[in-house]
Ligand binder design. Structure first.
Ligand code: GLC
Length: 650
């Protein structure tokens, strides 16, 4: 949009721009800057417009973008142009992700490079390597307490190893996802060190207070994220003699984004990582970016403005790079991280579908799909050019963040229902074989979340220990059923490393004093590559899971309607054990897939009349995954216990 104020400012900036920038051929950069500048200016103005040094700050902002553009490798600039043309590239059904810790998966970055064939064997072509940056030993929160945003954790390798990994992945058409921990730094970051030494400039990078007056006000409305290990949201720093805001662990200092210098620093870091060859950047804990007394300090309007601004700026310098929002918040809040445009994502193109994940786990525990259906019905419609990251497990806990209204609509009482789920997954409920552990128990609110590996949560650990073959079979079926859902729902499926070979809980974290208080480590494994070898031995658990997932992934890639264009209809059916939805092609009406999943351990019937028009179009049917026709009995489709179908016309 043309607007005089922003246009004049842009002209002034370009007139004053440093010679080392103006001498370069920045054609594409300037085109994009011109196109985006109105938005950039408005957002920057709304956030920081009341400052006397606003014009200088705007100058710095543009120079930061330009300098990173100059450093952007030619190959990546070409990729930018290609992706600008093929702008829906990330919505394709071709992408299948896996999240992993470099150390647990392969030891080092070069080790990871040597294991790339493993991803290709399974069909994975998007790999989220969790933080690889320098962190203080012991107080690292698994890499999410960064002490240097440019330096690699020496245990894992060097920056060159990351670049080599990115290049090799690009050759193999595997996307690289890296984190940028935008909300906080480690208390050992040099900004924190300088703040501690009394430098006002760096104290302003964080929220710190000489007494408890303001912290106490904040505490009145802020929840606790890690109530057991890090109660409260402020930490006393003896050396600085001040209280510092530490929403997560006491060694993670929250950044102060009301300071524009912090914004520019973090933008620079984001663009730096885009330039190292990351295709996708996962922005960590984005719901927490803005703090306001009297609020929960989550999902604030300004947090969205900051993300919009980051997106606009990234589009100027590195438009081929997309963002993932890690915002594990209520469903209505979650969709806002795509931005508020009618069609195009203006904040993050991709967001974790934490609601679907938690609902799937509800269906596992209750063995019915009442809440799953209700929750999906209430899931707000997302933008067209935005997509979900659908997952079953990740490195974090499972939060039971469904909407209380949905729970009530299913005739459950919210507090009791959540308690049931926690008891179920920690194996306390009668008949439950789950081996999860409680996480984040909050004595004040009664909230509890759940840790545990997928295999242990679905009873495989119990089944193997007791040698119960039927239970082993059921656990495997559940693992496949859950993956069958994330692979067909719409969005990018994100597998979690180790789940593809049925990795169980690991207790070793208990021997590490820095980890033992955090049960999430029970499901952050070191891959046992001997166990992984068994994926090639028919009859083993590893083979059953790995080969089935491999097939599912291969089939998904072939099915156009599995691409995410908001082309899904939830189909409400009478049978409360079934989850049924249809996927359709926006342009080719004959291309449709009907997904039918049975969350009970007994065979179930689906009355074909329940399917309405979805049925008449679907005779005769074939299950794409098995290549067979499903059983039909007395005008009903029969679905085996813990079974699912991806049905399409033969
Ligand atoms: C994100 C990460 C989590 C970490 C937290 C604080 O939620 O996924 O592992 O503890 O941010 O950085």
């Amino acid at each position: 949009m043309y607007e005089q104020v922003s246009h004049t400012l842009l002209n002034d900036i370009l007139n004053r721009i440093k010679p080392e920038i103006s001498e370069q051929d920045l054609r594409h950069f300037y085109t994009r800057l011109g196109a985006n500048f109105y938005g950039i200016h408005s957002l920057f103005q709304r956030l920081y417009g009341d400052r006397d040094d606003f014009a200088d700050l705007a100058q710095q902002l543009v120079e930061t973008m330009a300098q990173q553009y100059i450093k952007r490798p030619v190959k990546l600039r070409q990729l930018d142009l290609a992706r600008e043309k093929d702008y829906n590239w990330f919505l394709s059904q071709q992408w299948i992700g896996m999240a992993l810790y470099c150390k647990g998966f392969a030891g080092t970055l070069s080790g990871l490079q040597e294991r790339l064939h493993y991803f290709q064997e399974l069909g994975i072509n998007l790999v989220h390597v969790m933080p690889v940056l320098r962190c203080p030993e012991g107080s690292s929160d698994g890499g999410y307490a960064v002490s240097d945003f440019h330096e690699i954790n020496p245990e894992l390798g060097t920056l060159e190893d990351v670049q080599l990994l990115a290049e090799e992945m690009q050759k193999r058409d595997i996307l690289l996802v890296l984190d940028v921990v935008v909300n906080h730094t480690s208390n050992k970051h040099f900004w924190a060190t300088r703040a501690r030494a009394g430098e006002k400039k760096y104290q302003d990078y964080y929220y710190s207070f000489e007494n408890r007056n303001i912290p106490d006000m904040f505490e009145q409305s802020m929840p606790e994220i890690f109530p057991e290990t890090a109660p409260g949201n402020f930490t006393w720093d003896e050396e600085m003699g001040r209280w510092v805001m530490t929403v997560f662990n006491d060694f993670q200092w929250d950044l102060n984004y009301s300071n524009p210098t912090v914004f520019i620093e973090m933008l620079n870091i984001i663009l730096f990582w885009a330039n190292q060859g990351a295709d996708i950047l996962r922005l960590d804990a984005v719901a927490f970016l803005w703090k306001k007394i009297g609020s929960t300090c989550q999902n604030e309007r300004e947090a969205h403005l900051l993300l919009q601004l980051l997106k606009d700026c990234c589009q100027v310098t590195a438009p081929g790079v997309v963002f993932i929002a890690e915002a594990i918040v209520a469903p209505v809040e979650m969709v806002k991280y795509f931005g508020e445009d009618a069609v195009i994502a203006k904040e993050c193109e991709i967001a974790y579908n934490a609601t679907f994940m938690a609902l799937l786990w509800d269906a596992v525990a209750t063995k019915n799909t009442r809440l799953l259906n209700q929750g999906i019905k209430s899931l707000p419609v997302k933008l067209e050019r935005a997509t979900w990251l659908n997952y079953v497990r990740c490195h974090d806990d499972i939060g039971l963040g469904f909407d209380d209204r949905d729970i009530l609509l299913c005739d459950y009482e919210p507090v009791r229902h959540r308690k049931f789920l926690v008891n179920y997954f920690t194996g306390k409920h009668d008949g439950s074989h789950a081996r999860g552990l409680p996480f984040g128990q909050n004595a004040k609110t009664g909230d509890t979340r759940i840790s545990g590996s997928l295999a242990s949560l679905v009873g495989l650990e119990y089944a193997l220990e007791t040698g119960d073959n039927k239970a082993i079979g059921d656990s495997i079926k559940l693992i496949l059923l859950l993956h069958g859902m994330i692979l067909s729902f719409g969005g990018i499926p994100l597998l979690y490393y180790g789940d593809e070979i049925g990795t169980l809980n690991s207790d070793t974290y208990r021997d590490d004093p820095n980890k033992k208080g955090d049960t999430r480590w029970v499901h952050r494994p070191s891959i046992d590559w001997d166990k992984a070898e068994r994926r090639n031995m028919p009859g083993t658990v590893e083979y059953e899971i790995f080969s089935a997932l491999k097939r599912m992934i291969a089939v998904r890639k072939e099915i156009d309607v599995f691409a995410d264009f908001n082309n899904r209809d939830l189909i409400e059916v009478e049978n409360p054990y079934l989850f049924v939805f249809g996927r359709y092609h926006l342009k080719k009406p004959n291309e449709q897939v009907l997904v039918v999943a049975n969350f009970s351990n007994k065979p179930q019937h689906l009355n074909l009349e329940d399917l309405g028009s979805w049925w008449s179009q679907y005779r005769p049917l074939v299950d794409l995954y098995r290549g067979e026709s499903p059983d039909i009995f007395k005008n009903s489709l029969v679905i085996p216990g813990f079974g699912f179908y991806w049905l399409c016309e033969r």
